[in-house]
Design a protein around this ligand. Structure first.
Ligand SMILES: C[S@@+](CC[C@H](N)C(=O)[O-])C[C@H]1O[C@@H](n2cnc3c(N)ncnc32)[C@H](O)[C@@H]1O
Length: 226
């Protein structure tokens, strides 16, 4: 993966705009989607670019019908997915309060404002929240194919590798898979091991000025693996 060290906000934005153009979305369309979906008003957008990817994908692929998100967090992306693809069913997973790692990892833990945002997100129409450690998803989730998989839950081994495996195997042919935080130790090791054995190769894109050595990894699934 190349490092994005030294790239300013505008430099990173231009890398993302080029990627958006490669999937058929112009920078003006992307900007107006960011504005109309209220992403520009998100104070975090000044330093992170996560929303750009999903706005661009929704313009290029408005018919996405089923979405899987590992790591609901406090529901920022769940809420955005619901806006961008209002007819899509969204399955989203995060650890429950009873999980031994809840206090260490759940970003909604002990934060009233985030908890309220989380509750609002998981109550949206077409959103199914799975209150569980993702270790259990093979028995808990419906056996469906997903058109978009966002892997942004556990960032540590073995759970991140399991999420990647499940997300990859359940993704439809032509479906979109994004992995957040590539560059972090366990995410990198896990994704590199998986990329070595699957036919697809990933594009690595910047997502935060403050994290130039980390990337959003993206690819489209070529065919359904049996
Ligand atoms: C970075 S946050 C997710 C942010 C969210 N995807 C977004 O973009 O708005 C990561 C979340 O993954 C959850 N997580 C970590 N390990 C997990 C596991 N083993 N199973 C389920 N969720 C997990 C954490 O509780 C945390 O809330």
């Amino acid at each position: 993966m190349k490092s994005f060290e030294g790239l300013s906000f505008l430099g990173m934005e231009s890398v993302i705009q080029k990627w958006a153009e490669s999937i058929g979305v112009s920078s003006s369309e992307l900007k107006s989607s960011m504005v109309s979906n209220d992403c520009e008003h998100n104070k975090k957008i000044k330093t992170t670019f996560d929303n750009y990817y999903f706005c661009a994908l929704s313009l290029a692929h408005p018919k996405i019908k089923r979405i899987l998100e590992f790591g609901t967090g406090f529901g920022e992306r769940t809420t955005l997915f619901n806006k961008l693809w209002p007819d899509a069913v969204i399955d989203t997973i995060d650890i429950s309060e009873g999980d031994p790692s809840f206090d260490d990892y759940a970003i909604r833990a002990k934060n009233e404002e985030r908890n309220q945002m989380f509750e609002k997100a998981i109550s949206l129409p077409n959103v199914n929240f799975y209150n569980t450690n993702s270790f259990f998803v093979p028995t808990v989730l419906p056996k469906v194919e997903y058109d978009l998989v966002y892997v942004d839950g556990a960032h540590y081994f073995p759970f991140c590798a399991m999420d990647m495996q499940y997300g990859y195997l359940r993704c439809s042919a032509g479906g979109h898979i994004l992995f957040h935080d590539y560059g972090g130790l366990d995410v990198t090791k896990s994704l590199d091991s998986i990329l070595a054995i699957i036919p697809e190769s990933a594009t690595f894109l910047p997502f935060a000025v403050r994290r130039p050595n980390k990337a959003m990894a993206y690819f489209r699934k070529e065919s359904v693996t049996t």
